[in-house]
Structure formats: C-alpha cells, structure tokens
Design a protein around this ligand. Structure first.
Ligand SMILES: [Zn+2]
Ligand SMILES: [Zn+2]
Length: 465
C-alpha cells in the first residue's frame, strides 16, 4: 500500500486498512481488545479516534445515533444555560465519557421501545419486538428525535399557569402570536416529507397517551391531558404507557392540574404550527385511514384490526397466546393495572377488600420467576379446565382487546387462585357467602375460604328471593 507506514510488522497492513478494520468493531470491548494487540494499532486509533468511534456507535446504537448524540449535546447545553434555547448548535464531540455513552444508549433504548410499540400496533400484532424495515425504522426514529428537539426548544414548563385574575388578554394574544411564529420557524427547516413523518408520529404518540389515560379521565379532561402529554415529550408518554398510569406526567409537568384547566400555549402544541407550515406549502393535512401511516410504512394494513370477541378496534395491547409472555414481562411488574400489588383489583365484588386472599395472591405472584405470572395464569386456566362455562368457546389463539382480556382475567383470577391454593393443600372450608362475604373480621377470613361462589339458600338469600 503506497504512502502509508506499515504500522504492524507482523500484519503487513497499511494504517488505512487497520483504521478500516477498527471501524468494523461491533462492541466497545471488541475495539478495546483490538487496539491493545499492539502499540502501533493503538497509535492508529489515537490518530483517528473520531471516525472509528463514530462507526462503532453507529453499529452499536443504530442509524439514528447521530440524532441521539446531537440531542444529548443539545440538552446538556440547554441545561447549562438554565433551560434557555440554544441559539447556536453546540459542537458535537464524538469522544464520549462512559456516563455520556450510557445516557445516549438509554435515550436510544427508549426510542426503540416506542418503535416496538408502533410496529406492534400497526405492523405485526404477534410480535412486541420491532418489525420495521431499515428505512421505515430510520423514518420513525428520525421523527421521534425531531419531536424531542421541539420539546427542548419549547419545554412544557416554560409556560407557567396564570391565575384568571392576573390574565391580560392583549398580552396573551401577543405571546401566542410570537410563540406560534417561533414554532413555525422550527418546522419550516424540514422537507414536506419529513413534516408528514413528524405529524404521523405525533398522532401515534397522542393515541398512545390517550390509551394510557382512558381509564383515568374522560371527556375534555382526557383530550387535555393527551395534548399536555405531547408537550411533555415522547419519553414521558412511553413511561405513562408502560406504567398504564398518569404518574409520570405529574412528575414532569409543573402545575399540571391548573394547566389541565387552561393553557392556550399548550393547546395544539405541535399540530398547529406543523399543519400551518404544510398549508403554506399548499399541502393539505395527511389523508385519514390506513394511508395516514404510509409516511412511515406502506406495510400498515387493516389485518386483524378487530378484537375477535367484541369486534372493537384493537388498541396498543393485543392479547393472544404469542403476546402473553412479552406483554406480561413488560407490564406485569410496573403497571398500575397488572402489577403483583394491584392485580387483586380484578377480584369480584367484596373479595378485593379481603386482605387474606389479596396478600396470598400478591405473594403467589411475587414468587413467580421472571414476573411472567400472567402467562402462567392464562395457561393454567386453559390447561387445567378452569374456564367458566360462558367462556367455553374462547381460545387462547384469538386476538383479544384489552377490555376483553381484562374481563376474562376478572372472571377467572379467583378461580385460578383457588386452584393454586388447593394444589398447595391450604384450602379451608368454603364460607357460605363466598366472594360476596362482607364480614370484615380477620379471623373469619383466615378460617374460611372465600375463593368460591355464594352457596344458594344461605347468607342474605332471604332478602334476595
Ligand atoms: Zn374485545
Ligand atoms: Zn365469609
């Protein structure tokens, strides 16, 4: 090889070739072990650290690593400036400390989780791991990072709540106009195709937030908290979805309850400026229906769109035999709905107040390895003939919406727990009132089994007949 020093006598390779080889490292440890082979290889790494590390991170973190790195630097810079918008993009240094690398990896992991959810919801409901093709994945991730950049420039806590008595309508109109101009300026930097991608992903994120809050809010409050979630950012929406709760949004947004009532600067936070820019370019809003998603993937189809039992549209959680295990391990331990601590909410009537049975349930679930107890419960129900008569025709391969899955779980959880108790030999004599029993005496609850139905002709029957 002409013009290059032979760095390694025994390899007889030029510096350029060795640099290329180092660029093919697929992990930090692989790179480290290669550069420690010989001092001369180490010297080549020292001469070209940026290009080699860039290739490594690109390989390890994926094609949107540059966006992740840029966002990390931007956030770090804004934090130093006390949350002010960075006027000049900070210079990016590819040589990262271990802490910086971990932060970027975490950010990438969160975007991957969102991508998995998108893929599960819109491409393949049998796999909770992403099935997006490379180009689709790049479009998805790029759009998420752009929304995160937007959140950096227009952070939700930049807009304090103003009490009604202190409001000045003229000032508000002026602020709103100024703010909208800045937001439009942000989006005017992107091509029309990129704007459509960002809009599509903003709707995906809104739908995700909406589905996480729909059991907690309704009417206008549900719409308002959904728009605030978009201003809080994709990472907060992900946390809300995984915990199936609104706790993360309370952690992030100051004065949330007041802002839910009134905040003009957070309404249509992203859609208004984005659609305005599209309108200026004489591009109408994206078509509704399945083609709406085509800016990310043309493979989005309507297959398996409906729940096999109630025919309602399947949402973000679709339960079938193939998804019990992954969904169970993702949502089981963390969510407000399916965690070991809260699963007793699925007990019928008075049973959920019965501490003896609730504690037994929690301990049984916590003892289960890998937090995959939902799969165990569902498999036992099918394998051990625990299914109620009304559910005789249900099969574990059907696609169930979350409501139908919850109904099935609610109708069978106590039966499953009785089966577990019976198999450990701990089953006491049945209380005649069964799970309807409201006797709040601990000793009674310990003495009798309440995982059973009320016996006919007993208890409060005289009043019922
Ligand atoms: Zn259903
Ligand atoms: Zn009782």
């Amino acid at each position: 090889m002409e013009g290059c020093s032979t760095a390694t006598g025994f390899l007889h390779l030029s510096d350029d070739v060795i640099e290329e080889i180092l660029k093919y490292s697929t992990s930090n440890s692989m790179l480290l072990s290669t550069i420690l082979v010989a001092k001369s290889i180490y010297l080549i790494f020292q001469t070209h650290p940026r290009s080699i590390l860039h290739s490594l991170y690109f390989y390890v973190l994926g094609p949107t690593f540059p966006q992740a790195l840029e966002l990390y630097n931007y956030r770090a810079f804004s934090e130093k400036k006390g949350g002010a918008i960075a006027q000049v993009a900070p210079e990016i240094d590819i040589i990262l400390t271990a802490r910086e690398r971990k932060s970027i990896e975490l950010m990438e992991r969160r975007v991957t989780r969102l991508e998995n959810i998108f893929s599960f919801r819109h491409i393949d409901r049998t796999s909770v791991f992403r099935r997006l093709q490379r180009q689709e994945s790049t479009r998805f991730r790029r759009a998420v990072y752009r929304i995160m950049f937007y959140n950096c420039d227009f952070p939700v806590n930049k807009y304090p709540f103003v009490e009604e008595v202190d409001r000045d309508p003229q000032k508000e109109i002026h602020e709103l106009r100024e703010e909208r101009l800045k937001r439009r300026a942000f989006f005017s930097n992107f091509s029309t195709q990129e704007l459509l991608e960002i809009y599509t992903i903003s709707v995906f994120l809104e739908n995700l937030a909406h589905s996480s809050f729909k059991d907690l809010y309704d009417g206008r409050a549900l719409d308002d908290i959904t728009s605030l979630a978009l201003a809080a950012g994709p990472e907060t929406i992900l946390r809300c979805h995984r915990s199936q709760s609104d706790d993360p949004i309370y952690d992030v947004i100051e004065e949330l309850v007041d802002k839910l009532e009134y905040h003009p600067l957070l309404k249509d936070y992203l859609s208004y400026p984005l659609l305005k820019v599209l309108d200026e370019r004489e591009v109408g809003p994206p078509a509704q229906g399945l083609t709406f998603w085509h800016s990310i993937s043309t493979r989005v189809t309507g297959n398996n769109e409906l729940c096999h039992r109630c025919n309602q549209e399947l949402g973000f959680l679709t339960w079938t035999r193939k998804t019990w295990t992954p969904l169970s391990t993702i949502y089981g331990p963390r969510s407000r709905r399916y965690s070991a601590k809260s699963l007793h909410d699925f007990f019928p009537r008075s049973l959920w107040e019965n501490k003896v049975e609730s504690v037994f349930l929690r301990k049984t679930l916590e003892a289960h390895p890998d937090n995959d107890y939902l799969t165990k419960i569902m498999d036992d129900i099918y394998d051990c003939n625990l299914k109620q008569e009304n559910y005789a025709s249900w099969s574990r391969d059907e696609f169930l919406c979350n409501d139908c899955f919850d109904r099935f779980l609610g109708e069978h959880l106590w039966i499953w727990l009785r089966y577990v108790k019976a198999s450990t030999g701990e089953l006491n004599e049945d209380c005649p009132r069964g799970y309807d029993c409201e006797i709040p005496i601990e000793k009674h609850r310990e003495q009798f089994n309440h995982l059973c139905e009320r016996q006919s002709g007993l208890g409060a029957v005289s009043q019922e007949v």
